[in-house]
Design a protein around this ligand. Sequence first.
Ligand code: XMP
Length: 507
Amino acid sequence: MQEKIIILDFGSQTTQLIGRRVRELGEYCEIVPYNKFPYDDPSVIGVILSGSPFSVYDEKAFTADLSRLRGRLPVLGICYGAQFIAYTSGGTVEPAPSREYGRARLASVEAADPLMAGIEPGAQVWMSHGDTITSIPAGFKTIASTEDVPVAAYRVEGEQTWGVQFHPEVYHSECGTQLLRNFVAGICGGRLDWTADSFIESTVKALREQLGDDKVVLGLSGGVDSSVAAVLLNRAIGKNLTCIFVDHGMLRKDEFKNVLHDYECLGLNVVGVDASEKFFSELSGVTEPEKKRKIIGKGFIDVFDAEAHKIEDVKWLAQGTIYPDCIESLSITGTTIKSHHNVGGLPEKMNLRLCEPLRLLFKDEVRAVGRQLGMPDHLIKRHPFPGPGLAVRILGDITPEKVAVLQEADHIFIQGLRDWGLYDKVWQAGAILLPVQSVGVMGDERTYERAVALRAVTSTDAMTADWAHLPYDFMAQVSNDIINKVRGVNRVCYDISSKPPATIEWE
Ligand code: XMP
């Protein structure tokens, strides 16, 4: 049985990060909403309560019944989680006199406490809370404090329950990994044996059992997730898997040809479908971003459906859904900003059963699995690319001619990043074709041509992102190359907006 840590999600932005950090330690974990604890699951070895956007005394605050957990399993409350345990046990939580955000240093540490093993006074921790615990209930013992936060960490005596008001999951907390390891391995007794290899072995076995001799169809996008899912399934069921790769005409320069070739080299049974004409005609004259997204999403389903029906007796639809997609769809406070197009709408229409072999993995784990499966680095390290492709990077209506212009500019930018060794340093990058023309001069001629914006961001999960601080010399060269080589473009700008408040894609 795969042992696991459960992370109860009270809505914090860093809940996913807790999950990733636990997995990085080599322990399997799952994130579940604050009120959905799997009481009947015997494989749970410990529980972590996340932070929350609410105060404990907020009317809308998320609450959980801890009486069935405390004393039965080891419990670690983080930030709100710690305050919630203290508050519901009779402690006092109040607005902090000065809001406690950012770096702090542990001033005193109870070295003998198992949660604090190996953590020294002076270690940097990351605080982010407006409330603070001002008095702990009887039976609670402070095990760490900072200059401003007397109860930085506590333990409930006679019980396997701890709370920390700082965020060990945030990379700025220097002792965070040690603290989480102390909890997961030291206190919960976790074996730390969750690896890419063990995942592949158990998943291939499970897929063979689940699928038997059934035929499976999978939509490839060129991205990491669907590619890794395909290679994993190929290892499990070989030719019973048919992959469909649809070209909607708005992929990057030569991408369809190159990626199709990569897939064939990996031994995948793949059908490439050029449907660009259909998409261009349906998108003709459409300028509204959500409408573009909907047209492409629907068109993709139609093309995929028609192709899949050519395969006799197909029973399953496989998808490269990964864990953050599942958590986001469970998200307890989230709002839809953009309707993302992927193959999510397919199953209802197609009447197929769904197979999602990566649904438990974080992105970096998907990459590790891909590497372990022998996939080439250029496929594994590819930047994320939106399903609707360049359609959401051409502001205004879409024509084949505009796509061709943007493909050239984008190609120069991306190739430049590779040549300068910058490609792997950014999360994703691309060019955007703006719906403006501006005056320029080339030789003795006045020009009146298009402007291209370049966007490159750093990120760990695309939920937040910062613009990449690329070297000026690199930007100068890319700008020069684009203006000199791409006909119809006479101006290049660089997007210096972070997410939030901007998003990564412009549409
Ligand atoms: P935004 O623009 O929302 O993008 O900050 C976040 C991440 O999602 C990618 N993206 C998409 N991915 N289908 C996808 O599979 C889509 O429709 C889609 N739209 C945006 C975007 O490139 C970034 O990595």
